[in-house]
Write a protein that binds this ligand. Structure first.
Ligand code: SOE
Length: 387
């Protein structure tokens, strides 16, 4: 049995559940060079943390993250809390010599992300590794898209269209949540789901966003305060809370090569449940992927005879496809949760190899800079031209 890597997960909401599945499934699906152990789940409320630990397979629960990250029997800290606590926990955990996996976006501001990236650089000198949790790049079809672009299958990149459309806020009576409170979340659709679209664009193209021009908008200004949402946002009175983040973000960008990209992040795209979508148009072809059809990659080969051209739907479930060695025979499909197992695989393999995992905290810092640039651009309404 290879060396254990004992994990403490801080937080236990939706991402805590998804990460738990990853920590539990990865060692079964893949032969890992070190064995993650689901040691401690940490939550502010001891009773709720105890229930979550039992449900998701953690050995114990605790309620004080500061005490847990100092323990000698913890090797990895996995941060799945809202963004307002990422920096404090990550900087302390790295200083305590723990490897750190942190959910996206890295932080709620560039300043916080910079502190985290600097702490990660210092810790790396001692062999301590850190990674930010952009899991969608670990969907096999997304990795195959990156590989095909890197191999030149669509030639030089002309344009990218990236969007992440959800509709869980389309109903104005959907109550307040921490994701709608700027102090907790940092931003709204822009940072929560726009960050995924930005990372996906940079991952598959191998290029960074260098300049942006955009708009952000809050479509519903107040929402009911129910249950745990009481106290969030700016209280608007009569049982309603003020939404203090964006609902929609639209922006254009220019990449390293000068290629143009357009982005949309919204929680009001009625009918779109979790549609992270990207299309890359090149000189010799195009590639398209949509999370709502996550096992398929659509490829247009413009070098083919004109009479035979068309988008080919590649079912990315063959054993030779990225990550599929750990799973089922062709056509048996992977799901949302498998990206979290692939994240564990890549993180553990990097730690064991003494290598820098990707995406790094520096990568997360660049995404944070893009988010900040979009907000600064949106604040300057002078760029709008009346028709
Ligand atoms: C938003 O609803 C959300 O949960 C994001 O926070 C996650 O990052 C995304 O993967 C799914 O949607």
């Amino acid at each position: 049995m290879s060396a254990p890597l004992r994990v403490a997960m801080i937080g236990h909401g939706f991402m805590g559940a998804a990460h738990s599945v990853g920590w539990r499934q990865a060692p079964a699906a893949f032969t890992l060079p070190a064995q993650p152990v689901m040691s401690t789940l940490v939550g502010r409320n001891a009773e709720a943390a105890g229930e979550a630990a039992a449900r998701w397979g953690w050995q114990e629960a605790a309620s004080d993250w500061r005490e847990v990250i100092e323990r000698d029997d913890i090797d990895i800290v996995d941060i799945v809390t809202p963004g307002d606590s990422h920096a404090e926990i990550a900087v302390a955990a790295l200083a305590a010599g723990k490897h750190v996996l942190c959910e996206k976006p890295l932080a709620n501001s560039v300043a916080e992300a910079q502190l985290m990236a600097d702490a990660a650089t210092r810790a790396a000198a001692s062999g301590i590794r850190s990674m930010v949790g952009f899991t969608y790049r670990r969907v096999p079809a997304a990795t195959l898209m990156r590989d095909m672009i890197a191999e030149g299958r669509i030639g030089s990149i002309r344009q990218v269209r990236a969007s992440y459309r959800q509709d869980w806020l389309a109903d104005a009576d959907t109550p307040m949540t921490w994701r709608l409170d700027k102090d907790r979340a940092g931003s709204g659709a822009l940072g929560d789901i726009g960050a995924h679209a930005i990372d996906m664009c940079q991952f598959v193209t191998g290029q960074s966003l260098r300049s942006v021009s955009g708009i952000v908008e809050t479509l519903v200004e107040e929402r009911p305060l129910l249950g745990e949402s009481v106290g969030l946002g700016g209280t608007a009175g009569d049982g309603r809370g003020r939404v203090t983040v964006d609902d929609v973000a639209l922006f254009s960008a220019r990449l390293d090569s000068g290629a143009l990209a357009s982005f949309e992040a919204t929680r009001f795209a009625t009918g779109r449940k979790n549609a992270l979508e990207i299309e890359v148009s090149g000189e010799r072809g195009a590639l398209h992927w949509n999370l709502e059809d996550m096992n398929a990659l659509n490829f247009y080969d413009a070098t083919k005879d004109a009479g035979e051209q068309g988008f080919t739907r590649i079912l990315v479930t063959e054993p030779q496809h990225p990550y599929l060695s750990g799973w089922w025979p062709a056509g048996h499909m992977l799901g949302y949760e498998h990206g979290f197992s692939h994240q564990v695989k890549d993180f553990v393999e990097a730690i064991a190899a003494g290598a820098q995992p990707t995406p790094s905290f520096d990568d997360g810092l660049h995404v944070q800079r893009v988010l900040d640039a979009v907000e600064r651009s949106a604040a300057d309404r002078s760029a709008w031209t009346e028709v």
